[in-house]
Design a protein around this ligand. Structure first.
Ligand code: ATP
Length: 399
């Protein structure tokens, strides 16, 4: 059994991932004169998310698939946790590397549980341990085991299939996870939620994750570092998202970053990192009178009605309360809810989509934690512009 296969658990620093080093790696497909990947050297630090981003056909997938030897390099060396990948048994190597792809790649004739159990089964775990692990993994990705274990992939939405794909990739606790456009096939809102969940998981798991996308905003949101690739996977810049946004290495990278670099900087900050607003709240069964009093004389006469677990149910205005006998059934829908892991870019999109100036933020159990407003975003952008000396942001266009 290889080292990377058996290595589980996290270190004191919370890192369970291992370093991956690509040294002058080249792939030449048979019958093609030019290499698809030409002499790429890249060090992917243990426990980080490194995003490979670049235009279609530049060699991202080829580069990634050489790490788990689904594609064999023509020349060069790849080491994983200091061991030469070429010297390992490819099947064993792959069992130590989770792999998640677009449209989840689930086995259609197998239930969700069987899909997730694949690699633990292959590496010889006992049935009971596998059963427990399947439930743990489903809970980890936010799916209720009792409802989803026995379903088939066709009975799931695209977003749910992607969640199961991630659960399957993580099931045997591999130190390395390769993700090839895993959220490419879902709608933008689900995509944002799946990204948030991946970040939440990674905060606990500390895996080494190599993530391929052609969406630069996704790269900025997810990456500890981004490798911007040009033709034949030539590395145009390899740096933190903040540095690439503030200081693109050349014209090509600048073009990729786009003219709205300042707005993209909103992707660098999480909702949980800024000061959140507050408003009066009440539980559904509380007296109307108390909330009416709490709103008296307020400039912004809105409050939130919460359920017994303090999860937001509805907005209520002073006007609506003036004629209400009870909070149950009174008020207007909340609209999109943001999590502490959402980025300020997600917040901006939510506010613009719902044409409101305020969105509700909830914590890990869905409980109300505060409000984010358009003013917070404008202030944040202005501060970043001042810091980076940029004049291309567009807060003036915001409502
Ligand atoms: P995309 O974003 O469109 O998925 P990519 O950046 O992941 O693209 P690759 O799929 O790695 O790019 O392909 C890189 C180049 O190698 C492309 O020109 C592609 O046509 C070529 N290529 C990929 N797989 C093969 C193959 N099996 N045989 C021959 N050429 C291939």
């Amino acid at each position: 059994m290889s080292d990377i296969e058996t290595r589980t658990g996290t270190t004191e620093s919370g890192v369970s991932g291992v370093e991956i080093v690509l040294d002058s790696v080249t792939k030449r497909y048979p019958g093609h004169h030019d290499p698809a990947v030409d002499s790429v050297s890249l060090t992917i630090p243990a426990g980080e998310i490194v995003v490979l981003v670049g235009p279609s056909g530049c060699g991202k997938t080829t580069t990634m698939r050489m790490i788990n030897r689904l594609i064999e390099p023509t020349s060069g060396a790849i080491t994983i946790d200091g061991r030469d990948a070429a010297s390992m048994n490819p099947d064993r190597l792959r069992r130590g590397i989770g792999y998640s792809i677009q449209q989840a790649g689930l086995f259609p004739h197998m239930t969700v549980a069987k899909n997730i159990a694949t690699v633990p089964g292959l590496v010889g775990w006992h049935r009971k341990r596998i059963d427990t692990r399947v439930d743990e993994m489903l809970e980890l990705v936010g799916l209720d085991p009792a409802s989803y274990r026995d379903r088939y992939p066709r009975q799931l939405s695209g977003g749910q299939q992607q969640r199961v794909g991630v659960a399957r990739a993580l099931a045997a606790d591999p130190p390395v996870l390769l993700m090839d456009e895993p959220f490419g096939a879902v709608d933008p809102i689900t995509r944002g939620l799946l990204q948030d969940e991946l970040l939440r998981l990674q905060a606990d798991l500390g895996k080494t994750i190599v993530f391929v996308t052609h969406d630069f905003t996704e790269a900025v949101k997810l990456g500890d570092r981004i490798a911007v690739l040009g033709n034949q996977s030539r590395i145009l810049q390899y740096d933190t998202p903040a540095t690439i946004l503030a200081d693109p290495a050349d014209e090509t990278v600048a073009g990729f970053v786009g003219a709205d670099a300042s707005l993209k900087q909103l992707t660098l900050t999480r909702v949980g990192d800024v000061e959140l607003g507050r408003c009066p709240t009440a539980l559904e069964q509380d007296p109307v009178e108390d909330l009416r009093n709490a709103l008296t004389g307020k400039d912004w006469p809105w409050a939130l009605v919460l359920d017994g677990h303090r999860r937001p149910l509805r907005w209520v205005s002073a006007q609506q309360l003036a004629h209400a006998d009870a909070l149950r059934g009174t008020g207007t829908p909340i609209g999109e809810i943001l999590s502490l892991k959402s980025t300020l870019q997600d917040a901006l999109e939510a506010l613009l989509t719902h044409q409101t100036a305020t969105a509700v933020v909830t914590g890990t159990r869905g409980e109300y934690v505060g409000l984010i407003t358009i003013d917070t975003l404008v202030r944040h952008l202005s501060a970043m512009r001042a810091e980076h000396g940029s004049d291309s942001a567009a807060p003036a266009e915001l409502p």
